[in-house]
Each structure stands twice: as structure tokens, then as C-alpha cells.
Design a protein around this ligand. Sequence first.
Ligand code: HEC
Ligand code: HEC
Length: 327
Amino acid sequence: MKKFFKVLGIIVGVLAVVIIAFLFYFNASFPKAEPVPNIKVEITPARIARGEYLANNVAGCMDCHSQRDYTKYAGPIIPFTRGQGGERYDGPMAGVPGVIYAYNITPAGIGNWSDGELIRAITTGVTKDGKALFPLMPYINFNHLSQEDLYSIVAYIRSLKPVENKIPERKLDFPMNLIVKTIPLSSYTPASAPGMSDTLAYGKYLITIANCGDCHTPMDKGQPIKSLVFAGGMEFHMPWGTIRTANITPDNETGIGKWTKEQFINRFKSLASDSVQNVPVKPHEFNTIMPWTYYAGMKDEDLGAIYTYLRTVKPVHHEVIKYTVAQ
Ligand code: HEC
Ligand code: HEC
């Protein structure tokens, strides 16, 4: 018996050493971050304007990094909270194993980051101090941002009014607290955006940086399901009920196959005026997390390009019940 415990003790001891060595190696090797690029973004009025458009109406930076009012339809941004962060994402609501918060990206939050540090975080998911971001922050999509659009977003963020707002530390559950370190991308390759004349390529570019697929393509164990690209059905469990994303493939019965380009653009534009952006919703009435209020500000030709691209994806027959009221 004594011998047995001695052997067991040795095995446990060896295992502990192996595990500690592995964790040590793991923490030292991940995330595999590129060195901070040495970039100084020149701030011009044209860049600030383009960045304002992208951050508020296309790429969703301000959607997530501001406080939202879900007592109103589609949760418009609460005035004067732009960029201050604090939106909380946890478990059932957003499929996060743990709790994360969107950070303060006004100059009061990231004012001491260099442009290179910001660019590395936005496009590869590694922060100033080398921490790996959870990919709800869509850096995997932003890795496709053109250099000019990226610089414009940086110029705009630098121009935000500083708002003091301390954000709590995130808490990821085991094993996601380790897995998260393997997700960041190794580098960003500056590219130019496809020209507007190539509507299809431009539409694909926009739908990528607008993160449409992050909600409209359901996932299994963190990976998009290949047979359901843009076919909807991803679930969000909100206090007022369960919402599922719509099928936006060109399937005639269950998708948007019968929609004309005008109908598509108008579905967004119908929410553009201020009065529509402030429609109160009673608890347990249907409310949506589809960010209609900020996409409504997208230019007609940009929505048109997205429509043109969506006509070319594979039609998938996939019925989705968009809303179930909470019990
Ligand atoms: C879908 C929501 C969402 C969108 C869209 C989004 N972010 Fe984030 N962002 C987050 C979350 C959540 C975190 C924190 C993730 C974590 O803690 O792992 C984050 C982290 C960051 C950080 C790191 C800040 C820090 O202090 O560590 C920066 C910088 C940032 N985002 C900038 C942007 C910019 C710029 C855009 C638009 C191009 C953007 N984000 C779009 C949700 C979002
Ligand atoms: C944060 C998650 C999210 C993102 C990002 C998102 N959607 Fe949605 N979308 C939804 C949800 C949920 C619904 C269903 C509820 C509703 O109709 O409001 C929806 C509905 C739609 C509909 C209505 C379809 C119908 O049958 O009525 C269209 C069209 C659409 N989305 C297109 C897009 C496009 C294009 C993008 C990117 C520019 C996008 N969505 C980004 C969540 C999202």
C-alpha cells in the first residue's frame, strides 16, 4: 500500500511538472503577435469623415463600443456614450463562455496607445499589453480592411470626445481562457479596397467589414456552419425572448429571393429618420438586435452592392422562426 502511494505520488508530481511546463510554454508562445507596426496615421478631414461613416454605419465600432437603449426599437445608442464602452456580453445572450465588455475606445480609454498598437488590435486581436481579444470583437473580419479605411477609422477614433468610463475586467471560463490565446491572427497585410465599379467585389468587401455573417451564419463550436452561410438561425437569448437571425440567402421561400434591390435598400432606409430611431418597445414585445439603426445610415450604393453580392451566394432552404417570447 505504502509503495502504491509512493508511485502515485511520483506520477502526480511528474504530471504537475508537465502541466506547469506546458502552461509556461503556452503562455510564452501565445498569442503569436506580430511586432507593433511603426505607423503614424496622418489625420485629415477626409479621413475623419470616412472613418465616422465606417465606424457608425458600416463596421459597427460605435454600435458595440457605446451604451445601447433596448427599451427602444433596435436599441439605439444612448446620446453622449459614443465610444465609451461598457456593453456587457455574457453566456446565453451572445454565446460568450464567461463575461466580456466592450472597452472604452475614446481617447480617455486608448489615448496612450500608438497608432500601430491600435491597428494591431483592430486587425489581429492583440492589445497594447499583448492580451488576446475574444473574437466577438470582429478582428477576423477587420483583417480584411483596406489600409485607407483602417487609417480613416483610427483618425476618427482619435477625434472622439474623451469620456472617462472604467470598464470591468473580462472573465472567460476554462478552457476558453486558454483557447482565446490561439485565436488572434499573425499579421495584417495592407491592401486597397475593391473599386466601386466592381460592384460584386465591393459588396463582398462591405459585407465582410460590416460583420453581417457573424450573426447571419450560424456557428457550431465557434466555427461557421458551411452549409448554412447567410442562412440565419443563430440564436440570441435576450431578457424579452429568443431572437433568431433571418435567412438572407436568395432562397425564394425562406430567404430574400423575392426581394428587389429597392425593397432591400428601403428595408434599411425605413429606419433612418430620427423619429423611427426612438420607438419605445414594451417589455416582452418583439425587439431586435439586428442593428437596423446604424446600418440605416449606409449609403444607397453601398447597400446596393451588398444586395448584389447576396444574390450570388448559394440559396439555402432554411426556415427560421425569428422570435419566441420569454416565458
Ligand atoms: C460586435 C461588437 C464589436 C464590434 C462591432 C467592434 N468591437 Fe471592438 N471590442 C468588442 C469587445 C467585446 C472587445 C473586448 C474583447 C475582450 O475583452 O476580449 C473589444 C475590444 C476592442 C479594442 C481593445 C481595447 C482595449 O482596451 O483592450 C479596440 C481597440 C477595439 N475593440 C476597437 C474597435 C474598432 C475600431 C471597431 C470597428 C472597426 C470595433 N472595435 C468593433 C466588441 C466590438
Ligand atoms: C448583431 C447581429 C446582426 C448583424 C451584425 C446583422 N444582422 Fe441582419 N438580422 C439580425 C436578426 C436577429 C434579424 C431578425 C430580426 C429582424 O428582422 O429584425 C435580422 C434580419 C435581417 C434582415 C431581414 C430579413 C427578413 O426576412 O425580414 C435583413 C435583410 C438583414 N438582417 C440583413 C443584414 C445585413 C445585410 C447585415 C450586414 C450589413 C446584417 N443583417 C447584420 C441580426 C444581425
